[in-house]
Design a protein around this ligand. Structure first.
Ligand code: FAD
Length: 408
């Protein structure tokens, strides 16, 4: 197990600089166009695949980096480039993590390559958990999976919403209720293979920010899946459900602790994306404040502006430290005794929102226009207090963890 370090090693610095080059030369020049078009940016993702940045190999390498810093470092650089394009490139990762954490070795070997495709035939994947009536409250999920024993098939019915890459993905990972009596413990995840009848895209959402990322409803109408599409397999599910029934009988919680642990481990990844956006906006503002002259001097000569920049930089560095700590803890297998994963996502998300707003202010009228990138960064940053658990839900998790009180 690697000790916690704040210094990237030579390999990591090389990877960071390589991603930075892609972010600066490919993503930045394309960002405004794809934001306006509000379409999935296939050419950018294809270019990332061509150089090996959008590939299973690349993510596996970073994921298994023993220092835990590979993924947050990669995320920060990509999202420094642009958040909408960054999500288009990394959105498949959500579904990939779903398979990695719940799937058998055979399922991982079969489905992960189909989620990414290859440089000549790029594919994407979607993770579908949220529903119109089950956002923060995952236990309210209604999409039902019923086992047809005679055929060894699962039949899925329901509507998923807010799915990143939903409907345009090659592979969908869908969370569904297999035992409604058990709340979130009665859920299971399924692979929906390419071209499965009954899965269709509902409405595609028009969004405030991250507009190059595709977000849509996914409708499941009598979707029949072979038994092997249940992640983890039937025996493991039956064992898990039996344990959950026992706990519920004994008066235990209906929340799923294993799922909570997975969220804690993945939240710093999202936090790192927010750090990237904040850093990008801060850099634009720092540069602008030094060159924009009013009252005969650069606006940074005013403490009112300079102190804002000092606060912005301090918050960004603090956010990165929280993200790196939680990422290292996840890799080192340390227990999140104070919900450090949620802390990192909460602080980084709020930082991105605040810092991008300050950057707009420092750019004055220009900051409010689409001629400068900070208004897009501010729109993009706003999602970081909403998805992957809202800021309120992160606070709830942290408060419950530090107090052991079932705060509502
Ligand atoms: C662009 C985008 C992409 C997304 N991508 C995906 C995806 O790929 N896959 C997927 O499954 N989901 C995805 N989501 C869904 C996302 O995770 C949910 O939007 C989020 O969990 C919040 O759920 P909700 O929107 O239903 O809000 P609600 O749960 O309805 O919350 C409304 C408000 O009430 C607050 N609130 C709720 N409960 C509490 C409480 N107990 N205490 C205090 N405050 C509370 C919330 O914080 C929020 O401010 C995405 C969403 C967006 C917008």
């Amino acid at each position: 197990m690697a000790e916690f370090t704040m210094e990237l090693n030579e390999d990591q610095r090389g990877v960071r600089d390589w991603i930075h080059g892609f972010a600066a030369e490919v993503m930045r020049p394309a960002a405004a166009e794809w934001d306006e078009r509000e379409e999935f940016p296939w050419p950018v993702v294809q270019e990332a695949a061509r150089i090996g940045l959008y590939s299973l190999d690349f993510y596996a390498q970073q994921f298994f980096d023993p220092t835990g810093l590979g993924i947050p470092m990669a995320m920060e650089e990509l999202f420094w480039g642009d958040a909408g394009l960054g999500l288009a490139i990394t959105g498949t990762g959500l579904a990939a993590i779903g398979v990695l954490t719940n799937g058998t070795e055979e399922q991982i070997g079969t489905w992960l390559p189909q989620m990414y495709g290859d440089a000549d035939d790029v594919k994407i994947a979607a993770f579908c958990s949220s529903e119109p009536d089950a956002g923060s409250d995952v236990s309210a999920m209604r999409t039902r999976a019923v086992y047809d024993e005679a055929k060894d098939e699962w039949v899925l019915n329901g509507t998923k919403t807010w799915a990143t890459n939903g409907g345009i993905a090659n592979v969908h990972v869908v969370v569904a209720v297999v035992d409604p009596e058990l709340g979130a413990r009665g859920h299971a995840s399924f692979i929906v293979p390419p071209g499965t009848p009954g899965l269709s895209q509902g409405q595609k959402f028009k969004k405030h920010g991250i507009r190059a990322s595709h977000t849509a409803e996914v409708v499941l109408d009598g979707v029949r899946l072979p038994g092997h599409c249940l992640l983890g397999g039937k025996d493991k599910l039956d064992e898990r459900l039996a344990r959950a029934r026992e706990r519920v009988r004994a008066g235990g919680a209906r929340t799923h602790n294993a799922a909570m642990a997975t969220f804690e481990a993945s939240r710093p990844t999202v936090g790192a994306q927010a750090v990237g956006i904040a850093r990008a906006a801060y850099e634009v503002a720092l540069d602008y404040a030094q060159t924009r002259v009013q009252f005969g001097r650069p606006v940074i000569d005013n403490q009112g502006v300079a102190f804002q920049l000092a606060d912005m930089r301090t918050r960004i560095d603090a956010a990165r430290l929280l993200v790196w700590r939680a990422s290292w803890m996840a890799t080192a297998g340390k227990p999140f005794t104070s919900a450090e994963g949620s802390m990192s996502k909460l602080f980084a998300g709020e930082t991105a929102k605040a810092v991008t707003a300050q950057a707009m202010q420092i750019l004055g009228g220009n900051g409010y226009t689409r001629d400068y990138p900070v208004e897009r960064m501010h729109r993009d940053a706003a999602i970081y207090t909403i998805f992957e658990g809202t800021s309120e839900i992160q606070r709830l998790v942290i408060a419950r963890t530090i107090s052991d009180v079932p705060i509502r």
